[in-house]
Design a protein around this ligand. Structure first.
Ligand code: HEM
Length: 190
């Protein structure tokens, strides 16, 4: 099982590579009151998109929308509060919760992109341009780290389930992967 320490190590890599700093987290907190005024619009647009597209709409159960909107509102609010180790570990959990419902990475990452775009529009419409860009940069970096955590969670949970359920050893998975990669890469050159 991936440990909390490993999740935090992946987060550190992502923070360094995206450039997310403690100053960015302070910026998010500073704009909390204004950013929370955008919650209802962002969450409504998010689910309007998912429900207007059959492959994603079919994932939801009858009558589930309100519950889902509430969990997304809670997730969004917490971005402007204390972002600490517990928050990053929770993002890992949020990522793997989706695997069970067949919410693939392409759906998660596509919608994270939408949230970023909608957030940029709101920031530009409601703040002087310099402040809007400062806030957007902090938001973009934080949500990009989340995207990375979600992608790692998806990939490692798959590998892990192969190892534990099918009893396949880690080195063996690595060897199979290498053989498969050679084959897959050759296919692209045909
Ligand atoms: C930006 C991307 C997304 C974020 C931040 C997000 C956030 C969340 C959160 C916080 C939860 C509750 C997790 C918990 O139980 O504590 C959740 C659950 C859920 N989300 Fe998302 N979500 C995202 C994208 C999606 C997409 C694209 C879909 C469907 C196409 C989706 C469908 C669901 C479903 C079905 C659940 C319930 C899972 C279960 O407990 O059975 N989510 N999401």
């Amino acid at each position: 099982m991936v440990s909390k320490e490993e999740v935090l190590k992946y987060t550190e890599d992502l923070k360094f590579l995206t450039g997310l700093s403690s100053n960015d987290l302070e910026i998010l907190k500073k704009y909390k009151d204004i950013a929370l005024q955008w919650t209802d619009d962002l969450v409504k647009s998010f689910y309007d998109i998912l429900f207007s597209y059959e492959p994603t709409a079919s994932i939801f159960r009858e009558g589930e929308r309100e519950e889902r909107e509430n969990t997304l509102k809670d997730w969004y609010r917490r971005l402007f509060e204390e972002i600490n180790s517990d928050f990053w570990i929770w993002q890992w959990y949020v990522g793997i919760v989706h695997i069970k419902r067949k919410v693939y990475n392409r759906y998660m990452l596509g919608m994270l992109s939408r949230i970023q775009q909608m957030f940029l529009d709101k920031a530009v419409q409601n703040l002087p341009i310099e402040e809007a860009l400062e806030l957007y940069r902090a938001f973009k970096k934080a949500t990009d780290v989340i995207a990375g955590v979600i992608a790692e969670g998806y990939h490692l949970t798959y590998v892990e389930s192969l190892q534990t359920v099918a009893g396949v050893d880690k080195q063996f998975v690595g060897k199979i992967m290498k053989l498969h990669l050679d084959k897959a890469m050759k296919e692209f050159h045909k």
